[in-house]
Design a protein around this ligand. Sequence first.
Ligand SMILES: Cc1ncc(C[n+]2csc(CCOP(=O)(O)OP(=O)(O)O)c2C)c(N)n1
Length: 334
Amino acid sequence: MAKNQESSKKSESPQKYDKKFLTGLLVDMLNIRRFEEKAAQMYGLKKIGGFCHLYNGQEAVAVGSVAALDLKRDYILTSYRDHGHALAVGMSADSVMAELFGKITGCSRGKGGSMHMFDAERHMLGGNGIVGAQIPIATGVAFASKYKGTDGVTLCYFGDGAIHQGAFHESLNLAAVWKLPAIYIVENNNFGMGTAVRRVSSVDDFSVKAAGYDIPGKVVNGMDVLSLYEDLKEVIADARKNSRPWLLDVKTYRYKGHSMSDPAKYRTKEELEKYKEQDPILLLKARMLKDKQITEDEFKKFDDEAKKIAQASVDFAEKSEEPALETMYEDIYA
Ligand SMILES: Cc1ncc(C[n+]2csc(CCOP(=O)(O)OP(=O)(O)O)c2C)c(N)n1
């Protein structure tokens, strides 16, 4: 039977990584954080309609895992909390913000909105509004990679609420039987909307569920981008080499409410502050400062640049046109 693993990488020194690589991770996380803050502000100004789920606090998960991929052959799919994943694969802030604004220059031509970021060229096969919908789709993508012999792996991100959907069981069973190179990543942020995970889950550690499919499982620290990157490197290499699925319980935390309409009264300020002490951006910054791989001035420069990119994306979205009325009947498959 496949054995589960606990991440042993708690506080690796970043010294073995060069400054360029670490700066890349830091800048990617900063860009997501500042983008999400700007999106929240624009939502408040009613520039963005519909649902909007922010990724603040969870940045290390998308950034660290995408950094471990080879996006020429690998794919990712995720839930409606998808802005961070879109930016992490290199989609422009302009195309993501314009999508939030419902403009024709958005990545889904303004027809998808917050929950439907998509970029086939960059192998980001979408956010999904239906909880857990991406799990069977990702399983199919992994099947296609195996069938075509591309050696590609598929990362499928979903929440701790989604793991209780029947589609999870059906998908993991098939992925195990067909030995598919799919990595199922529970972004375990402690809550499914306002419901704490301990109130709805029979287990604390989701990786134990891997045993039910005879596949390997692992608990991963989702606040430390470097240890997550290292864990994912190993898991991806194994899934690619041995063509087999994995289940990862990635421990993370969302700073904002479930969506823009949620004041998050179901948790204490103290709990939120406790998690913010291990903020993924500040953790990496502290390590880089300690190892003299960044200065406070450089950090400020990157942060200012991230704010500029977010503001520029708003300017771009504001200036863009809405989809023309006749495009209403385009992009419809059924
Ligand atoms: C099939 C389905 N049921 C219910 C909903 C309503 N809903 C939207 S998000 C959500 C909570 C999911 O939480 P989780 O999977 O933990 O992801 P997170 O929001 O924490 O990222 C629910 C119940 C939905 N969109 N789809």
